[in-house]
Structure formats: C-alpha cells, structure tokens
Design a protein around this ligand. Sequence first.
Ligand code: ASP
Length: 326
Amino acid sequence: MNRGFIRWALAAVGMLTAAQSFGQNYPTRPVTIIVPFAAGGPTDVIARITGEYFSKALGQQFVIENVAGAGGTTGTTRLAQAKPDGYSIMMGHMGTHGAAPALYAGLKYDPQKDFAPIGLVAGTPILIVAKKDFPAANLKEFVAKLKDPAAKIKQAHAGVGSVSFTTCTLLTSQLGVKNIVAAYRGTGPALNDLVGGQVDYMCDQIVNVVEQVKGGSIRAYGIATAERSPALPDVPTTKEGGLPEYQVSAWNALFAPQGLPKEIHAKLADTLVQALEDPNTRKRLAELGSVIPDKAGRSPEALAALVKSEVARWTPILKAAQTAVK
Ligand code: ASP
C-alpha cells in the first residue's frame, strides 16, 4: 500500500473520531436557549422547565436568553444566523415559525429552511381572557362588547406575528371588528397590564394564564379547543359559549440553526423525548395546561411537517385579514 494512502487513511480516521467525540462529548460548556419574548411569559416558562431537564440530563447549564422584539422575529433571526454548533438553540412557536412569513415581507429567515427542528415541546390551547372587572358575564356578552365601537376595547398582544396577535386577529376578523391594540414584548408583561386593568383583553396560550384565572385576578371567557382543559375545568369552550367557529391552538418547539452536526441533533432530540417522559417535567407542563405531544409527535420530522402545515394554514388567514407589515 502506498504511504500517501496510509497517511490519508489515518488522517481520515482521525477526523472521523474527532467529529464523533465532538458529538459524544457535547455539551462541554453552557448552551443558550433563545426565548424570543420577555421573561415570565409562556415561551419563557416552557423554555425554563425544558432547560432545567436538559441541564440535569446533559450536565451543562442550558441558559435562557430573552431576545424580545418584533413579535418574536428578532430572536428567531438571531438563532437562524447563529453558529450551528449546538450551543445556541431556541424555543420557537406557532407565531415565529408559522405566522411570521405572512406578516413580514422582509423576514430574514425561512422557518422551513433555516432551522434544524429538534422537537415539539407543548401544545398550548388558546384562551380569551379579560381584565377581572370586564363588563360581560359570559362569552356572548363579551363578543357584543367587542362589536360595540363605543366600548373602545383595548386588546393586548406580544407584537405582530406573535401567537396572541395571530389568534386575536383570527377572532376579530371572524367577528368583523377592529380593536385598539397595545403591543408588548411578550404576553408576560401584557398579562401584568391585564391584571392591572390597563388593557381589556387578550388571546393567549394557556400556560400564561392558569394561575391568574384560578386566582381570579383575570377572567376567562372561553378556551378555543374542542374540549375543556383539565388545568382549567371551569372554563367553557368557545363552542359551549356560542362561538364554535373560533377554534385555535398554538405550540412551542425547540429549534437549532440549520447545519447542526448529526450527533448533536440526535442528542438534543433524544433528550427532549426523555424530558417529556420525565414525571416531574410532565407534571409541571400539564399543570399549566400544556398538551404534551405523544412520542411520534416529538420527532424532528414531525416538527418539520408541523412547521410546513402551519405556514400553509396561517398565510391565507393572515393575508385575508390584511395585516401585512411592510
Ligand atoms: N405567548 C406570546 C405570544 O403571544 C409570547 C410569549 O410571551 O411567550 O406569542
């Protein structure tokens, strides 16, 4: 055998071993989970619960970095442009990876091309929630108020393209009304103002509102799913409340930048599957009303398919609602 070939073969084996051990040893330093909204909101809470499991399971801290702005697209752009080395991942959601392309003509990322999907973490039913002294006894009366221009109802959301924006846009376009809106950097801070009575209502992911609805600091007019949630069994569905056409749920999921090494991708995806089997993690997510995906629904492939179908679902709805941001 010629010496050149032996040298080449040895170098190739060396490179292969280095690449494998790079993946096997991962992570060797802290990992950043970008949350594209303010601290305290649903995306942040779900990321912190997931991150705690990952930190324990993989022996390095998974640290949350809140990169809020532009309905979650600022943080998502940051992740799309990050090095695909496994040390930057994000907690995205239906807004950042489903709705945003229809709303931002100059969006700097493609949800279907620029990410390595890791897996779905939680389904999050949507609730219509209002300040506690909102003058409506039920969903029907609430809808009547929304339709009354003299009532000057003020809706809170987490920025154009966010879940709250998107799902309330669906509601107002179904009802043919226009609200005064207040944009926040996440529904965590929006919720504070709802509790304080500075805004009238919002449409938000269940994870953000269970505690306040139970405690009575806000009121819930309906949950937009076919069944009531075990986390809030007293809240009627929109169908029960007389608004059956308003059916909508959101979700949160982990993504890495496209180009993630295969071994690292597999390690992160496997860890997520285990996290969602872990009784403590499951309990914490379920208490907040999250719908935990079954095993098949946790795979990177399932998430890629979800992103594709969500972009296809939301684009015509949002275009029709004429909310395109130039
Ligand atoms: N739930 C928020 C939204 O409307 C975001 C957040 O604060 O997590 O997209």
